[in-house]
Design a protein around this ligand. Structure first.
Ligand code: FEO
Length: 396
């Protein structure tokens, strides 16, 4: 069902309660998602973004209930990943000549995806599109998180920023607005989204969000392409982004490990005890990487000031779960976080060194060379792990 959210803006997107994974299996979406699309109606009418391809017919059919499709004068594509552009082919079959406003990179991406010669109009930052008494202004935001990304600012109804993925969350809700949903769920999903999708580009995000803030635009709402519309104090998510993009960390240590016969787990728990003894106010959390959702772990790493990664040495290498997680952590480009490695071994024992090298390569600052234990740690070795944890905490 379409939902009128201001006098001239109507939400016409799709809530996807069934979505459990996104980007293939790269990102978990425990609370579903939505693909938000908006109609902006003045003397002229613009449609902002579409929805993911599996919902293309449903989207176009519902859109046709809301408006005669031929009365859509412009289509604005802020970003052309398939979750937003996927319904374009179905829509363009109905209104083939309608101009599509997007960046030059956006046109290239649409052409690369759909191989159609539609009526593209390339726009740059500062370009405007008059809808009559009100105007859309385009603000390029490349690499937030694709090269084509832009925001569209609408100056009617108190000011509305259509920010696409920026400020979004994978969060299904029928309630639509940020003040109508569980605040802690919303905060977690917004952070998880940032940590797993935008953190790689944090320096760019910091510059762009500061640039938009400096424009001092009236802002009644921020309308992202996923999750809630920020209508209650929309500045709160902008503030959070400014914090998250500036090497965010809390007084928190995340210990991630994998274990074959419990030795590395015992080490992890002893290290955690040592950290708590030396720094009782620091929140320490442990995760078995083989049993815990990888994106929930990376979100915990995002929040932490330091991370300890442990794996037994297996086949002269690391466990599958730890190896994969280290690869993800490298791609996410966490900054200004400290780290160290640990793990048990039986003979070759290079796991700890391999983790240290991977952490360093991922941009973490190594506290030391880590700690390892031969076979099953006895009480003496566990005492050494506690002492290691105490020293680790003091080094933060
Ligand atoms: Fe929601 Fe980058 O697509």
């Amino acid at each position: 069902m379409a939902k009128k959210i201001t006098q001239r803006v109507t939400w016409v997107g799709k809530v996807d309660w069934e979505l459990t994974h996104f980007h293939g299996d790269e990102l978990s979406t425990h609370r579903g998602s939505s693909y938000n699309s908006y109609l902006v109606r003045d003397e002229k009418t613009a449609l902002i973004d579409t929805v993911w391809q599996p919902y293309d017919r449903e989207f176009v059919s519902r859109l046709a209930e809301e408006i005669d499709l031929h009365k859509i004068d412009y289509i604005v594509m802020n970003h052309n990943e398939i979750d937003h552009s996927g319904a374009l082919p179905e829509l363009m079959r109905k209104i083939p000549g309608t101009p599509i406003y997007c960046t030059a990179k956006g046109e290239a991406i649409i052409r690369g995806h759909y191989h159609e010669d539609w009526n593209f109009v390339n726009v740059k930052s500062g370009d405007t599109l008059s809808l009559g008494s009100t105007t859309l202004t385009f603000i390029e935001a490349p690499m937030l998180h694709w090269p084509d990304t832009m925001f569209t600012y609408y100056d009617g109804d108190g000011g509305v920023l259509f920010s696409n993925d920026g400020f979004g969350q994978h969060y299904a809700t029928e309630s639509l607005y940020n003040d109508c949903v569980d605040a802690s769920e919303l905060c977690y999903e917004a952070m998880k989204y940032y940590a797993n999708i935008l953190n790689t580009y944090s320096p760019i995000a910091l510059r762009k969000v500061n640039e938009v803030v400096a424009m001092n635009l009236p802002l009644a709402m921020i309308c992202p392409s996923h999750g809630v519309v920020w209508r209650d104090n929309p500045g709160q998510i902008v503030e959070r982004y400014l914090q998250w993009a500036a090497d965010y960390q809390e007084d928190r240590v995340t210990i991630v490990y994998d274990t074959m016969w419990q030795s590395t787990r015992l080490m992890a728990e002893a290290i955690a005890e040592g950290i708590r003894e030396a720094s009782p106010e620091t929140e320490v959390k442990l995760f078995n990487a083989a049993l815990t959702d990888k994106n929930d772990i990376t979100t915990e790493v995002f929040r932490s000031k330091a991370v300890l990664v442990g794996s037994p040495t297996i086949n002269y290498g690391l466990s599958y779960a730890i190896d994969g997680l280290l690869g993800m952590m490298k791609g996410l480009k966490f900054r200004k976080k400290k780290a160290a490695a640990f793990g048990s071994y039986g003979w070759s024992g290079e796991g700890t060194k391999l983790i240290s090298a991977a952490l360093q390569g991922a941009g973490f600052e190594l506290v030391d060379d880590g700690i390892r234990a031969l076979w099953v740690p006895d009480n003496d070795v566990l005492q050494q792990c506690r002492e290691y944890g105490r020293n680790f905490a003091k080094a933060l």
